[in-house]
Design a binder for this molecule. Structure first.
Ligand code: ASP
Length: 447
């Protein structure tokens, strides 16, 4: 079995993802949709659920310990200001490009043009109650800001409220710094605890190939590629926009352009996180993997990784922003509505806000897209029907936007780390050398 562990994890995860995809499609189209889906549900899905539970188990302790010990390692609370401003400004910058790209692609590809209002008539709207609920949650700007401050930090930890945990962890870290000598044992304790959580994450990640395989096989066996029949153009436009955003905005503008770093080691360093994001369709569940990749592979300091990434998983969703704009135009095209320039701008603003407000869980973006559909003049009833029509096929689209969301968080974390002087470039660049060594070893060893 030791040969298995010698292979780089990211390679094992990629192979598992492809095998899972092939196995799921084989089951669905070999045994038939019903039988194949049932087989995957009964025999394979438990392994995916187990993996999901394991990584969810890590989220709260990992963020809390990493962030507190990161703030302590930073040494000076004053530096938090520039870190925060840079993070939020860069998140906004990438999201603005994402929304624009989504609108351009939807205008070029016209994903809704071949549909008509009647197409949506039979859509299942039984789950649409939650649209209104989630929309209500998204509202009230002041309330949402106030809600970041926990009235009970233990409850915030117990319920896994990420923004509240970030807030308390930063305050607590600053408190430890201010207390000085007397709090040194506490500082040491947090350092040890964060190292230990990192090790637990690495153990859990060893199960990722099995988990990713099972998740992919189950999704493909139960859902298949139906999305390509009814929403083919939307799927192509979304995948293409996400690819362009990853390569041009993150690769060209940020990693290579602004930071003068090579792009391949960046992508290689976060492959595990991307594969987990793609197979779980949840950036929150992927968070522990994203943090580990950022620290271990990209050389991002733990104060930066521990603060920028959890914040990103909650507020920075470029893939979702691309999608929301697209769904609004998709709806308008299907309904035969002419979209004015003002409406384009309103959709862009709404897509940005929704991407900030959406939770990092499956289909959150789609549920909230009713808010953007309203901007092009589609009434709530119709919006429900459109969302209900897309929902059964949303998974394959969600997987790609989640991958984009996680890639964006990592790119911004790399940028902020570099600007703050907290990026270990030797570790970052070692991603290239690492695989060169492995390749050498593979070619050197006799077959
Ligand atoms: N599933 C996405 C995420 O977790 C959110 C969305 O639905 O767009 O990042």
């Amino acid at each position: 079995m030791s040969w298995w562990f010698k292979i780089d994890l990211w390679k094992r995860v990629i192979v598992a993802l492809i095998l899972g995809l092939a196995c799921g499609l084989g089951l669905r189209y070999g045994m038939g949709a019903e039988a194949g889906g049932a087989f995957a549900q009964n025999w394979i899905s438990w392994a995916g659920d187990l993996f999901l539970r394991l990584i969810r188990m890590l989220i709260v302790p990992l963020i809390f310990f990493t962030l507190v010990s990161g703030i302590i390692a930073m040494g000076d609370p004053k530096r938090l200001g520039s870190l925060g401003v840079r993070t939020i400004a860069t998140y906004f910058f990438t999201t603005a490009i994402a929304v624009t790209l989504g609108l351009i692609m939807a205008t070029i590809f016209q994903p809704g043009a071949s549909l008509s209002p009647e197409t949506f008539a039979g859509a299942d709207t039984s789950r649409m109650q939650s649209v209104a609920e989630s929309a209500a949650q998204a509202g009230g700007f002041v309330d949402r800001l106030l809600a970041i401050v926990p009235t009970n930090p233990v409850q915030a930890l117990a319920t896994g409220n990420i923004l509240q945990i970030i807030f308390f962890a930063i305050m607590f870290g600053v408190g430890i710094l201010m207390a000085g000598k007397i709090a040194e044992p506490v500082a040491k304790w947090f350092d040890g605890a964060s190292e230990a959580m990192m090790k637990v994450t690495i153990i859990v990640m060893e199960t990722a190939p099995i988990g990713v395989f099972a998740l992919m096989a189950t999704v493909m066996a139960t859902q298949g590629l139906g999305v390509l029949q009814s929403l083919g153009t939307l799927a192509i436009a979304l995948y293409l926009a996400c690819f362009i955003h990853i390569i041009v905005t993150y690769g060209g503008l940020i990693i290579k352009g602004a930071l003068r770093l090579p792009f391949i080691p960046f992508m290689r360093g976060i492959t595990d996180a991307q594969a987990v994001a793609y197979s779980t369709a949840s950036s929150s569940a992927t968070l522990p993997v994203t943090i580990t990749c950022a620290e271990e592979n990209l050389g991002i300091d733990k104060a930066v990784a521990g603060s920028v990434l959890p914040l990103g998983a909650t507020i920075n969703m470029d893939g979702t922003a691309i999608y929301i704009g697209m769904v609004a135009l998709f709806g308008a095209q299907a309904m035969g509505i002419e979209v004015s320039l003002t409406q384009y701008v309103l959709v862009a603003v709404m897509a940005t806000l929704v991407s900030i407000g959406a939770a990092g869980i499956p289909s959150a973006g789609l549920f909230l897209s009713g808010l953007a559909l309203a901007q092009v003049g589609i009434p709530e009833e119709q919006a429900f029907l459109i969302i209900g029509f897309i929902l059964p096929f949303d998974r394959l689209l969600d997987m790609m936007r989640t991958l984009t969301n996680v890639t964006g968080d990592s790119a911004v974390a790399t940028a902020v780390a570099k600007w703050e002087g907290e990026l270990d470039e030797d570790v970052f660049r070692a991603q290239d050398n690492l695989s060169a060594h492995v390749d050498d070893r593979e070619t050197a060893s006799p077959a």
